[in-house]
Design a binder for this molecule. Structure first.
Ligand code: F6P
Length: 540
């Protein structure tokens, strides 16, 4: 197979980049009144304005050709068909089945998985309803009012992000907490003010072996037993989500409170599986179903919309454009919605664990950049912190600005202020401020060089009616499929995560070396030996 960077289309994109890299968005907009309309697309309840990107019609033509040459459509069809496209783990990638409507058919190894998906969803709905209406109680008969999700990575970021995103739809009489970090303060702070008799722990772990989660789960078990005075309380205060049902049983969690999922769901693609149980308890089964419908609408959009209107394809290709041709190292995600404060962190795992790879599907080291660094902050907070660098720094940081037309609070005028900021930022980043304009405004000459804003900083603007469950589903699926598109262009496995293993293994070696009774003979490098020694001396 020809290496990506040697292909004719890659070279054509390189040449095209050289030809247009100095073109300014001011010129592109001035010369083309139809640009904003032409470079916008809509699907599954989301509107994408991508006109403020450093692209022309020719850029898009070439990027679509790149997608065609890299087989995005074929790999997408393979993914939806249940083929084992996660080749390094020999697994199918079928998170789309998690939101497939009842009665549709999606197969893995020839078996339709949709009926099992709905069996689990129905069991989750019974459990969630029982908790919400008080029919399922704790050991002492008290109503469950506190839900603590214990999990990390994909078993944490999605549930936490979704809970905060959909807070306006949640049962406000209940408290939801999320414990991920193995730092004992995380568990301690999350439970400090809770009544154990009213607390349900949901242990979420795909593998049910993850050190952090197993440690926190054991701590939670001891906490319940100590507070309620009996081992018998465990059954009523724990639920588990896992693909490893044997592991759950060994831990002592009741099978009736155990909800499964499947190896064809990657951890970072699992917030709409049983991993979303805390979300379902918070917002109720109907809102959870609406979220799944939003996911599904975007799946269908991605599968069927033509390239020029296909939101995930466009987003993915634009990311490749900046990553590989403009050498941009990062992409900023700026949701103009306080409820989406955890969305950048969620997308960090989704994108960086998926596409942070250095070898291609054949195991060959790549000679091009893969996944960009994803980061972000909710607007307008970021504006008063790091936007200075976005406007006048020396780095190119393409950003996605995400906003909603209807507010979730009754403070509608404040919502107008919020959205005014979003629109102003995309305008300022694109068009900047010239020395001439400053002069005309009477800016003193000595300040001019410091006040000039170059502009030509690209943004996508994503708008939706309202941050409701369906919109959240389509927003997450938009990025899932954008990640897929990028991974396909780079010919990498976006569904494994071997890179996180080494650190885990080394930590396992170090744990006994920190034992207070041990006098370990350290055999690491001199730096690690000295750090461990210092810690042993100073920990008190
Ligand atoms: O360490 C990375 C990782 O394997 C993620 O991919 C995953 O989401 C997380 O750990 C948690 O894994 P589990 O759900 O099996 O506890």
């Amino acid at each position: 197979m020809t290496a990506l960077t040697q292909t004719a289309i890659w070279r054509a994109l390189k040449a095209h980049h050289a030809a247009i890299e100095d073109l300014h968005l001011r010129t592109l907009f001035a010369d083309d009144p139809g640009r904003a309309i032409r470079f916008s697309a809509e699907g599954a309840g989301l509107f994408l304005d991508y006109s403020k990107n450093r692209i022309t019609d020719e850029t898009l033509r070439l990027l679509f050709l790149l997608a065609e040459n890299c087989g995005v459509a074929e790999r997408r069809a393979a993914m939806f068909s249940g083929a084992k496209i996660n080749t390094t783990e020999r697994r199918a990638v079928l998170h789309m089945a998690l939101r497939a409507p009842r009665g549709t058919r999606m197969t893995v190894d020839g078996v339709d998985v949709v009926p099992d998906v709905h069996k689990v969803l129905d069991a989750m709905a019974r459990f969630a309803t029982g908790i919400r209406n008080g029919e399922i109680t704790g050991h002492t008969g008290k109503r469950i009012r506190n839900v603590v999700n214990i999990g990390i990575g994909g078993s944490y970021l999605g549930p936490e992000m979704a809970y905060f995103a959909l807070r306006a739809f949640s049962d406000r009489s209940m408290i939801f907490r999320f414990v991920a970090n193995v730092d004992g303060t995380d568990f301690h702070e999350a439970t400090l003010d809770l009544d154990a008799a009213e607390t349900l722990f949901i242990v979420s772990s795909k593998t049910f072996t993850t050190l952090e989660t197993m440690t926190n789960a054991a701590t939670a078990r001891a906490w319940i037993v100590e507070k309620l005075g009996t081992d018998a309380a465990v059954g009523k205060h724990f639920a588990a989500i896992s693909t490893n049902i044997g592991g759950v049983t060994n831990f002592g969690i009741d099978v009736a409170n155990t909800f499964g999922f499947w190896d064809w769901v990657g951890g970072r693609y699992s917030m709409d599986s049983a991993i979303g149980l805390s979300t379902m308890i918070a917002v109720g089964p109907d809102n959870f179903s609406a979220m799944l419908a939003g996911f599904h609408a975007m799946d269908e959009h991605f599968r069927t919309a033509p390239p020029s209107r296909n939101l995930p394809l466009l987003l993915g290709l634009l990311s490749v454009w900046y990553n590989n041709f403009f050498s941009a190292q990062t992409i900023g995600i700026m949701p103009y919605a306080a409820h989406l404060a955890r969305f950048p962190a969620y997308l960090q795992q989704l994108q960086m664990e998926s596409n942070g790879k250095h070898v291609d599907l054949d195991g060959q080291v790549v000679d091009y950049q893969t996944g960009p660094i994803i980061w972000g902050e909710s607007g307008t907070d970021g504006q008063h912190s790091f936007y200075q660098l976005l406007h006048q720094g020396t780095k190119l940081v393409p950003c996605d600005l995400i906003g909603f037309c209807s507010p979730l609070s009754p403070l509608t005028e404040q919502h107008d202020l919020l959205m005014a900021n979003l629109f102003a930022q995309s305008e300022a980043l694109a068009f900047g401020k010239t020395a001439e304009a400053l002069k005309a405004e009477g800016s003193p000459d000595f300040q001019t060089p410091f006040r000039v804003a170059e502009g030509n900083r690209p943004t996508n603007t994503i708008l939706a009616q309202k941050l409701d469950p369906a919109t959240l589903g389509s927003l997450v699926a938009l990025y899932e499929h954008s990640v897929f598109t990028q991974g396909t262009i780079w010919s990498i496995d976006s569904f494994d995560q071997w890179g996180v293993e080494l650190g885990k293994v080394l930590a396992i070696h170090i744990i006994p070396e920190l034992d207070r009774d041990a006098e370990p003979k350290l055999s690491h490098d001199t730096s690690t030996n000295a750090l461990i020694g210092r810690y042993r001396r100073l920990r008190g």
